[in-house]
Write a protein that binds this ligand. Structure first.
Ligand code: ATP
Ligand code: MG
Ligand code: FE
Length: 351
């Protein structure tokens, strides 16, 4: 199956062509990511209205670029997959409407993809990973542990009770005076820092569930940041923050692995981390250790597919088409669309 994927749920306008063979092998023929970084940077965060307009301006040229780079014509496509939520709804509508137009004009099936399902399959763009697996989804808007049993079969084990991990990285980076988006900038600054210089709060310690909390860390870090005077101190705090986030992610994952292991044979002990924060080296290293300690395999997407991209949307679409699932052209854009509630269905508006 060859699928055109479209992603417009936040501040990236992305298009990609992915080919998935019947035996599940995956080939990315093209992946174009147009970022709106410059439009939003002056505001220190994503402005929804600016995002929606920027998507409208470039969606057709980004899609054309993806088709050109893939070296195929529209008649070689077997389907179109567009993010239908969750996300900034003005942007989601742009990609979804474009996808519907292509589907209608070329008589192709449409898949209205849950953006989080895209992140959930993104590691499969780099390696063959069998179902089921334990997934840590750590992005700008989400921080969840999920059992992924197959296409559209997710069970949530834990989620954040306040901020997402990426959001924590971004907000703390801001209080350190780093430019948006803060996660990658904080990781870079942390390289020259000493994490042991600052003691930061350890949230939810000893709790038996798999939930997360980052607001205490955020407040503590902001309070310290306001007192700093040297670049070395700022680097030390960045390192301490990164260490604290990586530690919490790995502690809660350790807990989830023990729960997962109760219901799954040794051969099914697979762990996948996905989403923008999966690009962080310290986070990956901490999670790898927990995998080794619990006898789990470790996989993460190639770096380019951690943050938002359309290859993961195309692949999620291809997996759904392979399972015989597609959506009607009246599928709606959904600002909220929890993965474990709705992803088993085709877009819930028309099921
Ligand atoms: P969602 O998928 O939940 O809707 P999103 O699409 O905005 O949110 P992603 O694109 O998956 O999120 O990830 C972006 C987040 O990842 C940002 O918060 C960003 O700071 C963070 N991030 C990206 N690279 C790194 C890094 N190297 N270290 C830490 N955080 C990072
Ligand atoms: Mg983004
Ligand atoms: Fe995302």
């Amino acid at each position: 199956l060859t699928v055109l994927g479209l992603e417009t749920s936040c501040d990236e306008t992305a298009a990609s062509v992915v080919r998935r063979s019947a035996d599940g092998r995956v080939e990315v023929l093209s992946s174009i990511v147009g970022t709106q970084f410059e439009q939003h940077a002056p505001f220190g965060g994503v402005v929804p209205e600016i995002a929606a307009r920027a998507h409208v301006e470039v969606i057709d040229s980004v899609a054309a670029q993806a088709m050109r780079a893939a070296g195929i014509g529209y008649d070689a496509l077997d389907g179109v997959a567009a993010t239908a939520g969750p996300g900034l709804v003005g942007g989601v509508m742009v990609g979804l409407a474009f996808g519907k137009a292509v589907a209608l004009a070329r008589d192709l099936p449409l898949v209205a993809v849950n953006h989080l399902e895209g992140h959930a399959v993104s590691a499969r763009l780099g390696a063959e990973i069998a179902y089921p697996f334990l997934l840590l989804l750590v992005s700008g808007g989400h921080c969840q542990l999920l059992e992924v049993g197959g296409v559209g079969a997710c069970k949530r084990l834990g989620t954040t009770i306040d901020d997402a991990a990426g959001e924590a990285f971004d907000k703390i980076a801001k209080s350190l005076g780093l430019p948006y988006p803060g996660g990658p900038a904080l990781e870079k600054l942390a390289k020259s820092g000493d994490a042991s210089k600052y003691e930061l709060p350890r949230a939810l310690l000893g709790r038996k569930d798999c939930d997360f909390s980052f607001s205490g860390l955020k407040t503590a870090a902001a309070r310290i940041a306001a007192t700093l005077t040297t670049d070395q101190q700022r680097a030390d705090l960045a390192a301490a923050v990164q260490f604290a986030i990586a530690r919490q992610l790995s502690e809660r994952t350790d807990r989830a692995m023990k729960l997962y292991a109760e219901g799954h044979a040794a051969g099914e002990r697979r762990f996948v981390v996905a989403g923008g924060v999966a690009a962080n080296g310290a986070v990956r290293a901490a999670l790898l250790k927990v995998c080794e300690a619990n006898g789990f395999s470790f996989d993460a997407p190639p770096l380019a597919y951690c943050t938002d991209n359309a290859a993961m949307i195309a692949l999620a679409g291809a997996e759904r088409l392979a399972a015989g699932i597609s959506d009607d052209l009246d599928a709606v854009a959904r600002p909220r669309w929890p993965l474990d509630e709705a992803a088993a269905l085709s877009n819930p508006s028309n099921s």
